[in-house]
Design a protein around this ligand. Structure first.
Ligand SMILES: Cc1cc2nc3c(=O)[nH]c(=O)nc-3n(C[C@H](O)[C@H](O)[C@H](O)COP(=O)(O)OP(=O)(O)OC[C@H]3O[C@@H](n4cnc5c(N)ncnc54)[C@H](O)[C@@H]3O)c2cc1C
Length: 380
């Protein structure tokens, strides 16, 4: 394995680092406080090519590999995980799914807008009674010949109100179970499509999370992705790649918290010396650094598996499981190293600690990742 980054990857990493420091950092605390969506920042990320990173240039994408995407996710997440989840959903769950499984007409109509930031995408699978158990879809898409009629409620949708293009998973034929599920493209403004109130969240507060309500929404059949009944497979394949993005988000949160703690430990004095000189603090930093490096190896390996067209279900799940635990553990220790200052907003680590938690929950909880991993190793 060669983890040496290419010149191009190093440049992309630097561009993301500069953007995060110059454009995201200044108002990140205020956005978190006010639960304000980073509208201007998202526009700029579109201009930088961060919203359609792996999409072919003929659809306006940057045509880069997954590792470059991971590097960008890592740098953005060091500073603002609310921004990075917007990037992750748009890239991994919406653009990738459309480019891989959509028709040429769908790509021309939707993908070209999603890669530039003209539109933002949302991926709508979860429901009040279908989270980890995603097969229990209650939202229905009834086949009416040339269109479907969509009814139901989706929960927890990232980019819920800021998106314009929604990929909605719904049950068409209940008799066929998960083989009777479809994925449909729904546009904002469709008659009968309502956006519920914004969730008031613990972390990633700048990202807008909403429930969505569909009341007899007519969706043209040409907006179905793939063959009839492909929807569940579409969702699972898309989430498998999405996990690499969230693993990179977790890695970035951990690295961001560690960098702050390292710096603080060299400045803050107690008992006549910098706290880094107390072994209890130095050992914490050693553990944090080691676990972050281990997480980075897993995340980069999963990205490289995807780029090398190898199966990445297992490596992606392991990367997400491990990196999200590291994010949580490291962020808690970073707060500890900051003492009282860690408990207030100005020092950033309390936000990173709150943001870290979501990486163990969305795109498959840690328990679900263990199911994926154990099934895979027991099958082999
Ligand atoms: C901020 C945020 C953003 C989100 N964004 C999106 C989005 O854009 N699109 C989308 O579709 N969804 C989104 N989600 C939903 C998210 O993916 C689900 O919350 C997640 O999959 C868990 O589902 P649940 O909340 O229903 O929990 P449940 O499935 O009810 O799980 C509750 C607990 O039981 C455990 N559990 C469940 N089944 C098992 C099992 N078989 N074995 C062991 N343990 C189990 C879980 O791990 C968890 O600890 C988002 C959620 C949040 C909070």
């Amino acid at each position: 394995m060669d983890f040496k980054l290419t010149e191009e990857q190093l440049m992309i990493q630097q561009a993301a680092r500069d953007f995060a420091q110059n454009e995201l950092l200044p108002e990140v605390i205020e956005r978190d406080d006010a639960q304000r969506f980073p509208e201007e920042e998202v526009k700029k990320m579109g201009e930088l090519g961060f919203l359609g990173m792996m999409v072919d240039s003929k659809y306006g994408g940057s045509g880069l590999d997954t590792l470059s995407y991971v590097l960008v996710m890592e740098e953005l997440s060091k500073v603002d995980a609310s921004c990075s989840v917007i990037v992750s959903v748009n890239n991994s769950l919406v653009c990738w799914g459309l480019e891989t499984f959509g028709t040429e007409e769908q790509k021309q109509k939707y993908l070209t807008r999603l890669t530039t930031g003209e539109s933002i995408g949302a991926f709508c699978l979860s429901e009040p009674e279908a989270g980890s158990d995603a097969t229990s879809q209650k939202t229905t898409a009834i086949d009416k010949g040339d269109h479907y009629v969509l009814n139901g409620t989706k929960n927890w949708i990232t980019n819920g109100s800021s998106a314009d293009i929604y990929l909605v998973i719904a049950q068409t034929d209940i008799e066929k179970g998960h083989k009777g599920i479809n994925a449909l493209i729904v546009e904002k403004g469709a008659e009968g499509f309502e956006i519920g109130p914004k969730e008031n969240k613990l972390g990633i507060r700048g990202s807008d999370t909403h429930s969505l309500i569909f009341n007899d929404v007519k969706v043209p059949k040409k907006n179905r992705i793939g063959e009839d009944g492909f929807g569940f497979k579409f969702a699972m394949k898309t989430l498998s790649g999405g996990r690499i993005g969230i693993a990179a988000q977790a890695l970035g949160i951990a690295a961001g918290a560690y960098e702050l703690a390292l710096k603080y430990s060299k400045q803050r004095k107690a008992f006549g010396t910098e706290i880094a000189n107390h072994q209890a603090i130095a050992f914490k930093l050693a553990d944090m650094h080691t676990s972050i490096e281990a997480a980075r190896m897993l995340v980069y390996k999963a990205a490289m598996d995807k780029d090398n067209h190898e199966n990445y279900d297992l490596s992606g799940a392991m990367a997400k499981l491990y990196a999200s635990k590291v994010a949580m553990d490291v962020a808690v220790e970073a707060v500890q190293i900051h003492g009282g200052n860690g408990f207030v907003k100005d020092y950033h680590v309390e936000r990173l600690m709150r943001d870290a938690k979501i990486t163990q929950i969305y795109e498959g909880t840690s328990e679900i990742q263990k199911i994926v991993i154990s099934r895979s190793i027991l099958r082999d």
